[in-house]
Design a protein around this ligand. Structure first.
Ligand SMILES: [Zn+2]
Length: 253
């Protein structure tokens, strides 16, 4: 009798595991199918335009992605503050805890905080509600700590499509000068690349997670101040922009 129950029980377990196995294959298949529904092959970038400033003022926006970090963001903030220069920090949700004072300093110094997602996942592979969660976490954290309401979003890797743009439903601000600091790894080479490409309305991309980017920031700011440039936040730049766009997106390689 006991032998019989055990045998039945084993058959039952075998059936159960087979069902679980088969349904996991099905779920996996469905999620792969969902990915191809939001194709990466679809045109990633909308026609974008550069900021057009019709002003005798020369303005430029420094932006720092992927922070904040205690090691580098603090140094950058102190340097900018000592020189009366503002910048925009596109922060990551995973870096916010234990860095409340840095966020407060950003706002206090007149800098802008932008949203760079919770953990830098590629939005093209996320469902709409996951994209929303990525954005909301950073929005809420920053608002609770600083009282500042984030206006601009920079999607991880600058990737987006029509679905992502609609889901985010606010300006996606990319850049038109990529310092490629992570690749160049040398402050003077980074600064040289930025300075030789800069023009009024430039949005410069740097990262506040490397020392060479901090060193490059000093070189860039010194040179551009000497050339008569005024530093503004991305929101200030958008206000100066003469071209009106629907859900403004700036992009340039
Ligand atoms: Zn990034």
């Amino acid at each position: 009798m006991i032998y019989f129950i055990n045998k039945k029980f084993i058959i039952f377990l075998a059936c159960l595991f087979t069902m679980i196995f088969l349904s996991s294959i099905y779920i996996n298949y469905r999620s792969v199918a969902t990915f191809s529904d939001s194709p990466v092959e679809e045109e990633l970038f909308f026609p974008a335009f550069n900021v057009h400033i019709n002003d005798t003022d020369k303005v430029v926006a420094l932006t720092f992605d992927d922070g904040p970090t205690r090691e580098y963001t603090t140094k950058i903030l102190n340097y900018l503050d000592a020189n009366n220069v503002v910048a925009t920090f596109f922060v990551l949700g995973i870096r916010l805890k234990n860095n409340d004072d840095i966020l407060i300093d950003m706002v206090k110094n007149g800098c802008e905080i932008g949203n760079h997602s919770y953990n830098h996942k590629q939005f093209l592979y996320l469902k709409n509600d996951e994209v929303k969660k990525q954005i909301e976490y950073v929005d809420n954290y920053v608002r609770n700590v600083t009282g500042f309401s984030i206006r601009s979003v920079r999607t991880p890797y600058g990737e987006y499509n029509q679905r992502i743009k609609k889901t985010i439903d606010r300006p996606i601000v990319l850049w038109n000068i990529d310092s490629e600091d992570w690749k160049r790894k040398d402050a003077s080479k980074i600064a040289e690349h930025v300075i030789s490409n800069v023009q009024s309305g430039s949005i410069i991309l740097l990262h506040d997670i490397f020392d060479f980017s901090y060193e490059a920031t000093i070189l860039i700011v010194e040179e551009l101040l000497a050339q008569g440039y005024k530093f503004v936040t991305v929101s200030q730049l958008l206000e100066l922009n003469e071209v009106n766009g629907d859900g403004i997106v700036f992009w340039s390689k």
